[in-house]
Design a protein. Structure first.
Length: 310
């Protein structure tokens, strides 16, 4: 196999990415020279889109590291090596409805401009069935007003103790990786379509959460770590709803683990989250775009059921 999965689409085999290409892609004007510096340091060629190196995706790495080119470059190199080590092509094929979207290095075989059709399967095999029944995450079929994906996490109902006692944690981790990948790739496609950086909107339902969540912190940190380390700027906002009063104490335990970029995206709302305009203003999501279990018009089956593990 050639060194780059997309060599055939490169207009110039030797030319590096240019500032005009970066500007035309829709990268924010304040970031164009930084993206150029990052692309040059990585040896990215004009027209190259993998591994994760079209201009708008490189901008994600920069944003994730507060505009520091050296840190963004380090994150990029670490991410590309990690993707190859995780057999991402196998994970996406086995847990999704569409196969053949990746090569063995975790690179997409087609550019973001050709769309993103992958969906989490609920019934393809026994692993998919277990994930849908006991997992906590999902991506809605509908999108927010900016063409942003809508991600839902039913964290308050996630039966981590049951997951662990039934040896399901590795499967749930694999599924969560494919979920983050789904958000990243759908965002890449939307970004290309609109020539601007588009990120997902995350809604975290805390219904049912209790102080027992404290026992989940190591696992939560590990899951958040996947995004922090390997999935740059997948989300624009994280709106936590149905937060009980005890959550303020729990949040104090989670907050130190987040990067400054992540912390700025978070808004915590109680059981009255549907009142007023705060939810819409922060999340960019109309209540009607949510699943039925959150009083929306969307499909519940878009999100894992988060059932107790017997």
């Amino acid at each position: 196999m050639s060194a780059l999965a997309n060599e055939s689409v490169l207009p110039d085999e030797t030319g590096l990415m240019s500032i005009s290409e970066i500007t035309a892609s829709g990268v924010a004007s304040s970031n164009c020279t930084l993206v150029l510096s990052l692309a040059t340091s990585l040896g990215i060629k004009s027209g190259q889109f993998e591994p994760l190196c079209d201009p708008l995706t490189l901008e994600r790495f920069l944003n994730a590291r507060n505009g520091d080119v050296a840190s963004a470059s380090e994150m990029y190199r670490t991410t590309i090596a990690w993707r190859a080590s995780k057999n991402l092509n196998v994970l996406m094929d086995s847990l999704g409805t569409v196969e053949g979207l990746y090569d063995e290095r975790g690179c997409r075989t087609s550019p973001p401009s050709e769309g993103w059709d992958w969906k989490r399967s609920t019934s393809k095999n026994s692993d998919c069935e277990k994930i849908h029944k006991f997992g906590f995450h999902g991506k809605m079929s509908s999108v927010a007003s900016e063409d942003s994906s809508i991600a839902i996490w039913r964290l308050g109902k996630f039966d981590l103790s049951g997951i662990k006692s039934n040896n399901l944690l590795p499967l749930m981790e694999s599924s969560f990786i494919t979920h983050l990948e789904d958000l990243l790739q759908s965002g890449r496609t939307s970004s290309h379509r609109h020539s601007t950086l588009i990120r997902a909107r995350l809604i975290v339902d805390l219904s049912g959460v209790s102080m027992s969540l404290a026992t989940m912190l190591p696992t939560i940190k590990k899951l958040l770590g996947f995004g922090k380390l390997y999935f740059p700027e997948c989300t624009k906002s994280a709106t936590l709803i149905n937060a009980p009063w005890v959550f303020s104490s729990l949040w104090g335990l989670v907050n130190p683990f987040l990067t400054d970029v992540m912390k700025k995206k978070v808004k915590i709302l109680g059981n009255d989250w549907k009142l007023g305009e705060v939810f819409l203003e922060h999340s960019g999501v109309e209540v009607g775009g949510l699943p039925a279990f959150l009083d929306g018009n969307g499909k519940d089956e878009d999100v894992c059921c988060a059932e107790s593990v017997s």
